[in-house]
Design a protein around this ligand. Structure first.
Ligand code: HEM
Length: 468
């Protein structure tokens, strides 16, 4: 196929593509397995016509030339699907490049993710971690030393993120209800986009629409009072949204819907991703006692890991373990779909204005042309005296991109890595982690994030308390 006299990227016939997608029945972010076989056949950049053109890029160098050298041309968003618009209309992820996008992205960065803001919630981080460790101890006592990490970790992470978002400690019942609701929403928004307009999917969507409308109504009922509540504690993300004005639209305040979408995005974007990453890294700790022992050496004398310990050059081995976790266990195959603003060439092919472009970043960390012994677990590769030091923003070269790259790169990557360092460091300081008798099952499950198929179970032995 051609566009403006130039070749579009090659690709399979539409019907073949749709049949493969339908067979997978997973969220769009996990079409990795289908895409891999198509890339093997058609090359590193492929396109499919599905109403508009969908382009998929599986090569890290082409991704670099589009997202870093492309000057923002590939960093808009396609028009959101009906489901995405319903639950996340007004969120950053749903917004095309423009004044509103810049406003909300800058606000998130300055008001919630800057180190000084994050530090305000250090006592809350410590509180949820202490509760988490207490629950692990209790479960181990009752279960012959064996614990299942995910349910307890999920409670603890959600409690912390809700606190950072709404500035209040919510009771367990409210936390559980909002957490459940957010899980359903993230599942719903990640399912339909490619198929919008295809008859059978439109039929299916109509059947569930009523349920989704009721869910959105309940979400607004639950979240709006939390956003509007008068708070006495630290300034939180919701406070900043109440004060935000849109200068390009007569200085209007955000609508209720926009504020709910932005808070929901804050939690969806950070919850499943962080949970999956932490569970995979703890599985690495269980499987590699020698690595766990080195992390323990770094943290054993710290009764509490402070933001100052974690930022800067402290704890190099712990940081290397987190990077190796991100390299080997990216939580998504694809970043969110990007929108193309103008016709442009990528890899010798024409990518037309208005197409969706998707980047298969999940495989970059295992690319043999970028990494020595790519399939081996070697945190040492990230130590500063080693030659493979990596810039996670990919500005010079993309070797891995678990957070994407360019203007749409995950704005939460510093917070996400800080949380990972804090929780992994604390868990290794408190317990020795050993495999259960049946070992650790490292199979993947393609849910909203790429999770461990079977939640991590481990045998834990409390360590001696660190000196205060
Ligand atoms: C391990 C944890 C995390 C991973 C692996 C992760 C990964 C990603 C990825 C791959 C994207 C898509 C980038 C693109 O479209 O090109 C993204 C976007 C986003 N992430 Fe994260 N993320 C994590 C944690 C967080 C946290 C803690 C927050 C903030 C509270 C956050 C907020 C966002 C937002 C708002 C977007 C949309 C950005 C935009 O559209 O401009 N994420 N993240």
């Amino acid at each position: 196929s051609r566009h403006g006299g130039k070749n579009l990227p090659p690709g399979p016939p539409t019907l073949v593509f749709v049949a493969k997608m339908l067979r997978l029945r997973g969220p769009i972010y996990h079409f990795g397995s289908v895409l891999r076989s198509l890339h093997a056949r058609y090359g590193p950049i492929i396109s499919v016509r599905l109403g508009r053109t969908f382009v998929f890029v599986a090569d890290r160098r082409l991704t670099h030339s589009a997202l870093i050298k492309g000057g923002g041309n590939f960093d808009s968003r396609p028009p959101p699907s009906e489901m995405f618009q319903l639950f996340l209309g007004g969120s950053m992820a749903a917004s095309p490049l423009g004044a509103y996008f810049r406003l909300v992205r800058r606000n998130l960065h300055l008001q919630a993710l800057q180190p000084s803001r994050v530090k305000l919630f250090a006592p809350e981080r410590q509180r949820v971690c202490t509760a988490f460790v207490g629950s692990l101890r209790q479960e181990a006592q009752q279960g012959g030393g064996i614990v299942t990490v995910r349910p307890l970790l999920s409670r603890c992470m959600f409690d912390l993120l809700a606190c950072m978002c709404f500035g209040v400690r919510l009771g367990q019942e409210a936390l559980d209800e909002i957490n459940q609701m957010q899980l359903q929403i993230s599942d719903a928004v990640s399912r339909f986009p490619v198929f919008e307009g295809i008859f059978i999917y439109d039929m299916a969507r109509r059947l569930v629409r009523k349920r989704w409308l009721a869910l959105r109504k309940r979400q607004i009922e639950l979240m709006l009072p939390l956003i509007r509540a008068t708070r006495q504690g630290e300034r939180c993300y919701a406070d900043s949204l109440l004060e935000l004005r849109v200068p390009e639209e007569n200085d209007r305040p955000l609508t209720d819907e926009e504020m709910v979408s932005l808070c929901s995005e804050f939690m969806i974007a950070s919850m499943d991703t962080s949970l999956a990453l932490l569970e995979w890294i703890m599985a690495d700790m269980v499987n590699h006692p020698e690595v766990q022992a080195k992390v323990y050496q770094e943290v054993r004398d710290k009764p509490e890991l402070t933001d100052d310990d974690l930022r800067g050059s402290g704890m190099p081995y712990l940081k290397a373990v987190i990077m190796e976790g991100l390299r080997r266990h990216p939580v998504a195959h694809l970043v969110f779909p990007h929108g193309v603003q103008n016709d442009a060439e990528v890899g010798g092919y024409m990518v037309p204005k208005g197409s969706d472009i998707n980047f298969l970043v999940g495989d970059f960390g295992l690319d043999e042309t970028a990494w020595t012994a790519a399939r081996e677990y070697q945190p040492e590769r990230f130590l500063h005296d080693d030659h493979e030091v990596v810039d996670i923003t990919g500005s010079k070269e993309i070797k891995m991109a678990p957070f994407g790259a360019g203007r749409r790169m995950c704005p939460g990557y510093v917070l996400a890595t800080l949380h990972a360092e804090y929780f992994i460091g604390s868990l290794v300081r408190e317990f020795q982690w050993l495999p259960p008798s049946q070992g650790v099952d490292m199979k993947e499950e393609l849910a909203v994030a790429i999770n461990m198929k079977n939640p991590l179970r481990a045998r834990i032995i409390p360590r001696p308390a660190a000196a205060a």
